[in-house]
Design a protein around this ligand. Structure first.
Ligand SMILES: Nc1ncnc2c1ncn2[C@@H]1O[C@H](COP(=O)(O)OP(=O)(O)O)[C@@H](O)[C@H]1O
Ligand SMILES: [Mg+2]
Length: 443
């Protein structure tokens, strides 16, 4: 009993091996073959399921789509009458054994005498539904035969397997929950820059804290700009590689960051790569996440020349970082109560660069519109329904759809503890600290 089972399993594996031979043979010969990129799930679960479905539903599919023929004439004489109709016995075209490919399968169909490929071409969509696959393509390379190429899932819908496997687990932060119960994840590799809006006490700083807590254990430099005296981000001070708590300091910090990014740009250019992620591990500079709490603080002026210059300097450099930072490992998270052009020139351009959007409760419809309007008008309405009691609740866009989400609350004690535990992981960026100290000294 046991032995016969073993023999069956071995036979099945051998058959599978032969069926998949066309795929694995050239790859095994290739030294760069990566096991992690192998579509295991498709080969061992998806393919058998689709193959069984094809067999199981073949007769029905043929009958419904007129792919079968009847050997009997459509008219017959019963007594004195000629009766017209479909014969009960239909002959299906013969479907061959499916051959598995990395993305789907290929199967040949032998046409019956007198059939043409036309009804099969027309039935492609019906086959997609019957077999529950992404795409069915029908061709007729030879007479009396049609070749059906099945793509199981949309290959464009997901990243290539090898890229997913190689993606380091950095710059991913679980900041809370989304309304369908799943985790609310900010993925900076996919969406490099984020805009967070919301009225006072709507949950902006709490979201930034959740973000810092998640990124703290990762090999990421965190840089804070908190011009309300650094009260929010200051809690994480020991984990931050630099913290600017006045606008003067912020200006100096942003200038230093643009310098740093320009160096990275030169490095990428000389290595002939398009982003820091393509550099060898040893040479890759550490990713930097710049968190700006209360954007308006950077733009407000008291009318004096000096403060106007300062604001302009911040605006220009922040925009520059947003424009070129993503490929060079610099990411922005900008929070503010308002993000309209009334703050100053450059805000609209900055907003356009911040692709990720999160809107908490807002005071005015325009802010919700500015944050979410260009992505989804529906989301704007939902954002305006957030009540004062729902602190931390926000509307965000995930994968092209909008979603309600809520950040996790980080208490002051937890923030301090996170900073203490991960202080040793803070990458040192002395140029930034020096720039801030110099301004601090001047002030
Ligand atoms: N996700 C959340 N869950 C529970 N309470 C929250 C949440 N977010 C914010 N709060 C509450 O709201 C208060 C104000 O949030 P905060 O993040 O400081 O708002 P903002 O920075 O937008 O002014 C917090 O002190 C906290 O009590
Ligand atoms: Mg705040």
């Amino acid at each position: 009993m046991v032995w016969s089972l073993v023999v069956w399993i071995i036979t099945a594996l051998l058959i599978l091996g032969v069926l998949t031979q066309r795929w694995w043979e050239p790859r095994l010969a290739d030294k760069r073959f990566d096991l992690r990129a192998f579509p295991w799930r498709w080969y061992f679960a998806g393919f058998p399921a689709v193959a069984i479905r094809m067999r199981w539903r073949w007769k029905q599919v043929c009958l419904i789509n007129d792919l079968s023929i009847s050997r009997q004439p459509r008219r017959t004489v019963v007594g004195d009458m000629v009766v017209k109709g479909d014969a009960l016995r239909q002959v299906m075209p013969r479907i061959g054994l499916p051959h598995v490919t990395p993305t789907g399968l290929v199967v040949r169909i032998r046409l019956n005498q007198g059939q043409t490929p036309a009804p099969f071409l027309a039935a492609a969509e019906a086959l997609e539904h019957a077999w529950e696959v992404h795409r069915v393509r029908v061709t007729s390379p030879r007479r009396r035969e049609v070749l059906v190429t099945v793509t199981a899932r949309d290959p464009l819908a997901e990243e290539p397997m090898s890229e997913v496997a190689h993606r380091p687990k950095v710059l991913l932060a679980r900041v809370g929950r989304i309304e369908d119960g799943g985790a609310w994840v900010l993925d900076f590799k996919k969406v490099p820059h984020w805009l967070v809006v919301g009225a006072t006490r709507s949950g902006k700083s709490t979201l930034l804290a959740a973000l810092v807590r998640e990124l703290a254990p990762q090999p990421v430099a965190l840089v804070g700009i908190d011009c309300k005296g650094g009260m929010e981000l200051g809690l994480f001070g020991r984990r931050l590689s630099a913290l600017a708590s006045t606008r003067k300091e912020a200006g100096a910090l942003l200038v230093a960051l643009v310098d740093e990014i320009s160096k990275r740009m030169a490095q990428c250019r000389s290595a002939q790569v398009r982003s820091v992620w393509e550099l060898p591990d040893a040479e890759r500079p550490v990713p930097v996440v710049v968190l700006v709490d209360e954007l308006a603080e950077l733009y407000l002026t008291d009318g004096s020349r000096e403060s106007r210059d300062e604001a302009a300097r911040c605006s220009t450099h922040l925009l520059r970082l947003a424009q070129i930072g993503a490929a060079l490992g610099l990411h922005l998270v900008v929070s503010g109560q308002r993000v309209g052009s009334d703050l100053g020139p450059g805000v609209t351009a900055l907003r356009a660069q911040l692709g990720g959007r999160i809107a908490h409760r807002v005071n005015d419809p325009t802010t919700a519109e500015m944050a979410l309007g260009d992505l989804s008008p529906e989301a704007v309405d939902v954002a305006q329904l957030i009540t004062e009691e729902e602190q931390g609740v926000a509307v965000t866009t995930i994968g092209g759809r909008w979603m309600r989400a809520r950040s996790v609350l980080t208490t002051t004690e937890e923030a301090r503890q996170t900073a203490a535990e991960s202080a040793h992981l803070a990458p040192e960026l002395p140029v930034l600290v020096e720039a801030i100290n110099k301004e601090g000294g001047n002030a």
